[in-house]
Design a protein. Sequence first.
Length: 459
Amino acid sequence: MKFRTRLVAALSVTTAVTFGSAFGAVSVLVDSSEERELDDALHEAARDEVRALREVPGLELGAAAGPLGDDATPLERYVALYLGGRRASASAAFAAACADPPDLAVAHPHDVSCGAVRVRALVVAVPRRTDARLLVGVPRTNLEADALYLRRTLALALALAVGTATLVTTLLVRRLTRQHEAIAQTAHRVADGDLAARVETLSNDADVVALTRDVNHMISRVETLVTSQRRFVAHAAHELRSPLTALYGELQLASRKERSVEEYRSAIAEALNASRRLKTLTEELLVLARLGTQAQPESGDVGLRDVVDDAIAQIAQEAASKGVAVEVQAEPVVVRGRRGDLVRLVRNLIENAVAHSDPGLTVTVTVRQAGTDEAEVRVADEGSGVPEADRERIFEPFFRAAEDRERVGPGAGLGLAIAREIARTHAGELRLAPAAASGAVFVARLPRAPAPSTTEGSA
Ligand SMILES: Nc1ncnc2c1ncn2[C@@H]1O[C@H](COP(=O)(O)OP(=O)(O)OP(=O)(O)O)[C@@H](O)[C@H]1O
Ligand SMILES: [Mg+2]
């Protein structure tokens, strides 16, 4: 059952029980109060009858009128006189309908049936006649009609109260839950793949408005993630296809007919080139995938100077063949991390700097402490720099500035994405410093390793 239906049902039942018991109590109170009034009237009527009896000679019932009813007309008179337990005389109404003999021993008012009429009866003694008993009765007709009227009115009021409570609760609950319903519907649409779905704000309640905003923000984030993931897969497939096509083409061409040794050698060299591209790309994709998961190798204390030296060693040949010098200015700074990943971070930055520097220019790598608990690696070149519009995009996987595709040569556009991800997994950051006069300056900031604790009393 829906929450809304359960809430309405619970509130309706509560209203029915509350009003039902209150109305029941009112009905019982009114009934017993009316009965008390009837009994008082009965005692009065009995006294009048006894008085009248004493005034009539020969102990006979007079022909007085019955007590007055609600409409001020006399009611039927139920009176009977018993002598020695046997009826001596009775009023016409009693004689016509009441059973004989009644229980003359009951001294308090009680109900007797006289045909279809229920009569409230009282048996009283007659002064100076010990064998005589006088039964006086008053029909309950008025009292029962009043009780029936009261019960019908209360039942109608109860039905109205429950109906109104159900209606008001339904409207109120619908109003209170419509925003949640809208959120649930949107969540279903998103789950079905509609990432353009957003929750409409239907409430003025600040909390609900904030919740709606948060849900919409979350959907936007999911949309961005899914879109970038799709773009990533499309780019990856595209990047993998080019070397694969080259490799396939070379092998197919070589195998079509008999070739000279030279031709074979050239085909193998081309195929090797394509394979190398494939291998590098696959490795980079794997690194990116690993960095995105929790499964990271153990970290330890790593000196940044050593990291820079290793990185430079890996691209020394490339830099030398291009005629670009790489200079290092390093303070002894230690960070906690994975040495292999940190070398990759710095190497990717230096590799880019060399690739974007003309022969004769210098790339400067600086390592220093930044503040009390951070270390900074800065890689600066004197090349063309990064266009303002591309400052953030260069960190996106597979992004390469249009001119780089022709001028700088092969590269998938994963170097900076990997470097930034490595900085992030080391609780640091990688950014491009504000535009310099010439060239580009990349700054990686990492938390420094805690200083080794000195043992008290050691020499
Ligand atoms: N030092 C730099 N100077 C100018 N532009 C740069 C520099 N470093 C990076 N870029 C720009 O950022 C883009 C992305 O760099 P990234 O290292 O991610 O990819 P790549 O070097 O093109 O390829 P890969 O590193 O995967 O071989 C480059 O294509 C280039 O346009
Ligand atoms: Mg690169």
